[in-house]
Design a protein around this ligand. Structure first.
Ligand code: ANZ
Ligand code: ZN
Length: 861
């Protein structure tokens, strides 16, 4: 047997595919298309197993769809701007660009060893001006259309480094490098009006029927539509009216306080003459204002001397607090508190000894006895102690309370979205420059379009804190395009989520130098049919992309409601963890496992085996794909990725698993190189009839082809692999049985070749190199990737069959295996489709066809 030389074989076919540009595609409206896309990688330096899983899933779909006759777009690119490049620049004293491009080169090489069916001609890197120039143009178009604006907004400020920190650089309220307490500062920043599309983005979720349910729910919650009302309280002491937002106007008679955000203008005003309040506000600002932090933090407030009069009861005055749990960014930044029916309000009321008065009583409870302890009652019920609302249900009560507020002209019913406009300014170097000039006379001036792109200067230093763009000696100094006076460039760059909000559009037309993309090309290729990536992008990236697509449609770039027709979120790759006697994490490659005993390979010292968790560098439970591909080959890695777990679940990487994959590959190779007897030449015509053994093998092959295809289509990859293995066993058994006969009957030998050819073709999506090598071994000179998926004869897909003789003018011309009791039309069609029958008919029209079910088809010409 010729040994399966994995290294040579994989390298050989990879270079053939590359030389022939096998996966380069062009738009062709006469062909159906499929767009397969994996979320593009950040060029961190090396691929990890999560990438291998992600790209294998996409590649299997892309290769399968191609074999089904689709024009398949399967591109690759790099999400190349971002903070890690700046950190690396700082640590290694290199330029972020150098670091990024080197990483891209390394990772491209690694990806190529995976044998992915990618159109590399379309490769893009978002840090190149050829890409981001169009992003700058889009921004200017959004600005013209009123979809971008400037507003003062809070940032995290590191007072030691004098720099703005990204949220992920704030750890427990301190700067990640300096450990200094982070302060909130107000800066003028750019925002994109995602809220303009809030309603559309929400209602269109129902059209995303090929998205996972959980992702749709997460998007719904993130957009967060609330129905309620806004109304005004009259305040004491000549303060202006205070507007609040509530979703529970039905609970107004249970109100016991009013609270405003520490950043509410009224709080600022009161603090001018109240040092204690000023200190309280400062303390709140130090705490961070993310919703998650607030959710956990202890509810705290500051009682002001101001009171608010209840809108329905003259003379009922509620105390006004400044409270840390009221966000300035939501609603009106002010609320009324009803402790009995809201948990935060209840915690607050217990702390400050405010009344807790239930006004909603669950059905079946005695209203007189019903009380609230330390858990607010938020369920349905009927309203009590509430004047004109008494006896109504919660829903009726809401309507009646809003009607009353409206009739008093104190406010109106409204809906509110949790979704905030997208702040896109970052005080960073390694990002797309915001194409704006600030002129002391003209104010904010867009960079004229003929001056785009605004490129990053290369000569920057990272040896001081803050944004190198702002420090650069010349870059920001320009003449105002309007008046010609000295002006300054905007030194902020865009949030890197912008690049990933439209890269899937650019892939349709990646080399266009005039426009971001040709409308017609996008119309042909989009939407993405299979978008594959991690659940961690369920909200931001996917929502920003949906918004960006709508915004581009709004300004005339395209006409596409949703960018991603189908979405698939893959599970994690996990591995056992190992720790040495000192509790230090140990890499799996450094551990030897014998039975239940684990030791360090280096010195034999004991190692404890810990839980199986997501691979992560910090726990060292990572296996490097390069090493695996180097020793087992890409096909084995790909096969294992597809094998054991459904693709949306976690997959545990094990040595045994990859070994098993490798053994399976060798088994397939043996079957094709040593079938045990001589196969008929490739392309030999099918015999007229098949005996029982040949038919059984054919049935296994045709069934496997159909079932494996259906499984791939339905993302049931593990089940498709199981079916490949079943078919392999059947094929192995059949070949041995045939070989044992000595003289192998012609129909069986023919069926054996057919089965081996089917095998090569249907393992191709998962194990493309092996498949192509098998194909060559079966004496075919063409490329499997250019072949269609093998056709399954419907007659061979059913278990119960009948052997039907076909006669032409009384002479036996063929024997068919058909489904027992199949329709007469099916029998007739199968008979007429047979090559021997057609020859015998010699192009003549049949005059009469008589079908005797399960026995004979008689054709008279
Ligand atoms: C009175 C009330 C009584 C409320 C009650 C709830 C229960 P969602 O569903 O998220 O829209 N709220 C309004 N603005 C706020 C802000 N800026 N910061 C913190 N909380 C705010 O929640 C709306 C409810 O959250 C509103 O309804 C308000 O409290 C509070 F038994 O008003 B409610
Ligand atoms: Zn000017």
């Amino acid at each position: 047997m010729s040994r399966y030389n994995v290294r040579e074989t994989e390298a050989k076919w990879q270079s053939v595919w590359e030389e022939r540009r096998s996966f380069a595609v062009t738009a062709d409206p006469s062909k159906p298309k499929t767009y397969v896309l994996e979320m593009f990688p950040y060029p961190s330096g090396r691929i990890h197993m999560g990438h291998v899983r992600n790209y294998t899933i996409g590649d299997v779909i892309a290769r399968y769809k191609r074999s089904k006759g689709f024009n398949v777009l399967h591109p690759m690119g790099w999400d190349a701007f971002g903070l890690p490049a700046e950190n690396a620049a700082l640590e290694r004293n290199t330029h972020p660009g150098t670091w990024t491009y080197e990483n891209i080169k390394a990772m491209r090489g690694q990806l190529k060893t995976m044998g992915l069916a990618i159109d590399w001609d379309r490769e893009i890197a978002t840090c190149r001006p050829e890409y981001y120039r169009f992003e700058q143009k889009m921004f200017l178009d959004f600005l013209k259309a009123g979809l971008a604006y400037r507003k003062e907004s809070w940032v995290n400020w590191d007072p030691v480094d004098n720099t703005v920190l990204a949220n992920e650089q704030v750890i427990d309220g301190r700067g990640w490098r300096t450990g200094a307490l982070v302060e909130k500062r107000k800066l003028s920043q750019w925002f994109l009006k995602i809220t303009h599309f809030a309603d559309e983005l929400l209602s269109a979720i129902t059209t995303l029927d090929r998205w996972p349910e959980k992702v749709r729910i997460m998007q719904e919650n993130w957009i967060g539509k609330s129905t309620g009302c806004r109304f005004f309280f009259q305040l004491s002491d000549g303060h202006a009216d205070l507007e609040v937002f509530t979703t529970r106007p039905d609970t107004l008679f249970g109100a016991s306080f009013v609270a405003i955000s520490p950043n509410h203008p009224l709080a600022g005003k009161l603090a001018e003459s109240d040092a204690g309040l000023a200190e309280f506000i400062a303390e709140c600002n130090r705490m961070g204002t993310s919703e998650a932090t607030l959710e956990q933090a202890e509810k705290k407030g500051w009682r002001t001397p101001v009171t608010a009069e209840h809108p329905f009861v003259k003379g009922w005055n509620l105390p006004v607090y400044v409270a840390n749990f009221v966000l300035m960014e939501y609603g009106t930044g002010a609320i009324f508190g009803c402790p009995a029916h809201d948990q935060r309000d209840l915690d607050f009321a217990r702390k400050y000894d405010l009344p807790v008065k239930p006004v909603v009583v669950p059905d079946g409870e005695d209203p007189a006895a019903f009380a609230v302890g330390n858990e607010a009652y938020t369920g349905p019920g009927s309203i009590r102690n509430s004047d004109f609302l008494d006896g109504l249900s919660v829903e009726e009560g809401k309507k009646a309370a809003v009607a009353k507020i409206e009739s008093l002209a104190r406010g109106q019913g409204t809906t509110m979205f949790r979704l905030r406009d997208w702040g896109v300014s970052r005080q960073r170097y390694w990002g797309c420059p915001i194409p704006i000039i600030h002129c002391p006379d003209c104010g904010v001036v867009p960079v004229p379009e003929d001056q785009l792109p605004v490129t990053l200067p290369a000569d920057v230093t990272f040896d001081a804190a803050g944004n190198p763009l702002a420090r650069h000696a010349t870059w920001k100094h320009v003449k105002c395009p309007c008046c010609g006076k000295d002006a300054e460039r905007e030194t902020d760059t865009f949030d890197t989520f912008i690049e990933s909000s439209w890269y899937f559009l650019r892939f349709a037309d990646p080399r266009n130098e005039q426009v971001a993309f040709d409308k017609e090309l996008v119309k042909y290729w989009l939407p993405v049919d299979n978008y594959i990536g991690g659940i961690e992008h369920a909200v931001l990236h996917l929502l920003y992309s949906r918004f960006w697509t709508r915004a581009l449609s709004h300004v005339g770039y395209l006409d596409l409601p949703e960018p991603f027709g189908g979405l698939f979120t893959q599970g994690m790759v996990t591995h056992a963890t190992f720790q040495d006697a000192d509790g230090k994490w140990v890499f799996p490659v450094d551990v030897d496992i014998q039975g239940t005993k684990a030791t360090k390979i280096a010195d034999g010292s004991p190692v404890t085996v810990g839980p199986v968790i997501k691979m992560s560098k910090s726990k060292k439970n990572v296996v490097d794909p390069e090493g695996i591909i180097g020793s087992y080959g890409a096909d084995a890695a790909r096969l294992f990725m597809m094998s054991d777990s459904p693709p949306d679940r976690d997959l545990e990487w094990t040595e045994a698993g990859i070994d098993g994959a490798w053994r399976y590959i060798n088994r397939l190779w043996r079957l094709v190189t040593e079938p045990g007897f001589a196969l008929p030449a490739a392309g030999t015509a099918a015999p007229n009839s098949f005996g029982a053994d040949a038919t059984a093998l054919r049935r296994a092959a045709h069934k496997a082809a159909a079932a494996v295809g259906e499984d791939i289509e339905g993302y049931r990859f593990n089940s498709s692999v199981a079916k490949l293995r079943t078919f392999t066993n059947a094929l192995g058994d059949a070949l041995s049985k045939m070989a044992a006969k000595g003289e192998v009957p012609a129909d069986e030998a023919w069926a054996a070749r057919e089965a081996l050819e089917y095998m090569a073709q249907i393992v191709q999506p998962v194990m493309p190199h092996l498949a192509q090598q098998m194909w060559e071994e079966l004496s075919h000179g063409d490329l499997l990737v250019d072949r269609n998926w093998p056709v399954s004869d419907p007659a061979l897909l059913v278990d119960d069959s009948a052997t039907v003789a076909v006669q032409v003018n009384g002479k036996l011309r063929a024997t068919l295996t058909l489904a027992r009791d199949c329709a007469e039309a099916v029998a007739r069609e199968a008979a007429l489709a047979d090559a021997n029958v057609q020859r015998a008919m010699d192009g003549k029209e049949p005059r009469k066809i008589i079908v005797v079910p399960n026995r004979i088809v008689n054709i008279v010409v």
